[in-house]
Design a protein around this ligand. Sequence first.
Ligand code: MTE
Ligand code: LUZ
Ligand code: MOS
Length: 775
Amino acid sequence: MNKPANLPESRLSQGAAGRAVTHESAHLHVSGEATYIDDVPELQGTLYAALGMSQQAHARILSIDLSEVLAAPGVVAVLTAADIPGANDCGPIVHDDPILAEGVVQYIGQPIFAVIADTYHAARRAARLGSIAYEALPAILTPEQAKQQGAFLFPPLHLRRGEAEQAIGGAEHRLKGEFSIGGQEQFYLEGQISYAMPKEDNGMHVLCSTQHPTEMQNLIAHCLNLPNHQVKVEIRRMGGAFGGKESQSGLFACVAALAAARLKRPVKVRLDRDDDMMITGKRHCFNYEYEAGFEPDGLIRGVTVEMCSRGGFSTDLSGPVATRALCHFDNAYFLSDVDIRSMAGKTNTQSNTAFRGFGAPQGAIAIEYIIDDIARELGLDPLDVRKRNFYGKLERNITPYGMTVEDNVIHELVAELEQTSDYRARRQAVLAFNQDNAVLKKGLALTPLKFGISFNVVHFNQAGALVHIYTDGSVLVNHGGTEMGQGLNTKIAQIVANELGIDLSWVRSTATDTSKVPNTSATAASSGTDLNGKAAQDAARQIKVRLSQMLVDRYGGTLDDVSYADNQACLHEHRLSWPDLVRTAYERRVQLWSDGFYATPKLNWDRETLKGRPFFYFSYGAAVSEVQIDSLTGEWKLLRVDVLHDAGKSINPALDIGQVEGAFIQAMGWLTTEELWWNNAGKLMTHAPSTYKIPAVNDCPDDFNVKLFNNRNAEDTIFRSKAVGEPPMLLAFSVFFALRDAIASVAQYTLNPPLNGPATSERILQAITAIRGLQ
Ligand code: MTE
Ligand code: LUZ
Ligand code: MOS
């Protein structure tokens, strides 16, 4: 094998697509050598910005006195909305998101001014000295209040098929209820950060921890009144993002760029954790009201649901989130007669945004809750009610929004998991345990998932890439996607290596850069590999065609006769090693680099009627969780988890299993311990890890069995793989419903426990108390 110089042996020969290769930066992550933005050596003269924030949830700004701020030690400048030369706006879709508040403030934490100082701490200290006079305005603090007052961020979405009310009325059984599920802080380990460096002739170079460099470029250009070609945004990697850096990195990128342009000096904005949590939006919490009609065997005849989220003060991505919630209410179930309303309340709180799953977990948990209710009402095992309602393969296979489910594997997948997890025997064991134990109670649940893949805004489903082959045979790939820990760059390198028939060690992915691949979409909707992988493959294929033509010109035959494998190109009996091939091509003046492009086929979506094919395909999965609760304290433990998840024909099983495990634990945190709490004035009081509890190592189950389902994508995706970033979030429903099952045992499974998310120990105890009282 030919190996490029200076590569450690351990990174060689790991093969290309389909193999469990380690993350391209793993050795840097573990040694601390991976460069995040705050690790980049600072330029001489760098200044630091901190933000002065609103102390009122909703108020008119009467006056702003910043004299003390300006007089504070180390302060170089203070900027307000009046200092923005272009648009005071960082809204991704609707332009209702000021960079710095102007005239009114709309939540506690909203940035009003930026202090620029010569040290990070000087800026932060001075930011507290602003004196702002307010005239209080009425504030809406909860989605319930917003709904009551008809304060919505956009007209409520309404999707209807068949005659839900009639079907409910005609069914043998009926039930009705309401519940709520909380929001969630993204809690990326690397907080929001941007480092802006002014360049000659009004240029601006910004290092920004963002999932969406192109959006950052657009926003910076707008606020500085510059054409896009003057602004370059770059990101090598993020220390986590989880949707929180899809749109909401914008405010900080704009502040850094504004200050840098104004002062002609490099400016860094790095948020402190508390400020980050006070300023930025989170996952939308949802309230649900529902009604269902069903038959004695659990078959759902009709269902209506109204879902209202906490949108926050501005639109941000609440519209697409509400749409995705609406398109995931069905989860894995065929609902013949259904009426779904999805809306976002305008509240005087942080503007909620993307968070892994993007509304799908919030939509799907509603039908799971309803099915859980139905099962208990009928005295059936919830798994049997779930199976009774699964989408069929050839009939009962059209979603409420009119898309045919063509790739359904939920029956096989759940059957396999039911068997490998020993579900039925463990159900019996749990029942027996609960009969024998008065205080400790066990619960068990198996929940399925189906998740639609593609941005539900059709034109976002495109991507570009550049592949460069240098004369020594080494390959550099650049694409529009961003690396946030998910392993995108590893997969893209594998794809290019696989396509060129060379070892992975020949290929390297580089930082995302708006001056290389332009007009990119956010790395979001789990589609990073699907989109950028296909674009990179397209680029590699174009180069291969040129190389093949060169060989055909020399040796005869057709392009199809040329093959690329094992670091060689073969045409009949002729073999050229990769370096020889590349050198020959260069000498013959064959272009050794190419761009590539991809647009997802088959998509159509009518935003008015909410009908069409918003998704290219679906991913599937299921999980079984077993918990034990202490019915006197509400404390609980996750005893065992079994997961079977569909990643299609996995490009990298190690990374995919990592994504499944990570999503499971992250969603378990959402549903159990992570509680956002605002006081009566609308101030978020849980703005640090001291009061906001994310899962830790000890919260992982000792017995955690995660397997990938043996499958290949029915659609022509990159090497028949499936997106894996977000779908496994829904697997943690099994924890929530196992807890509800354990609680229900206290009343011999005759009552539906009123359990809201997050199911904290306190809430578990409340639910137990409630059903004990009803018995
Ligand atoms: N994994 C890590 N380690 N860190 C992250 O920030 N974000 C998730 C998911 N997995 C995230 C992650 C989210 S919200 C999405 S949309 C996808 O990764 C995006 O990357 P992909 O499209 O390449 O899967
Ligand atoms: N739609 C979607 C979106 O399905 N996922 C996303 O992350 C997204 N982001 C912005 C706009 N639409
Ligand atoms: Mo992920 S919520 O689509 O960034």
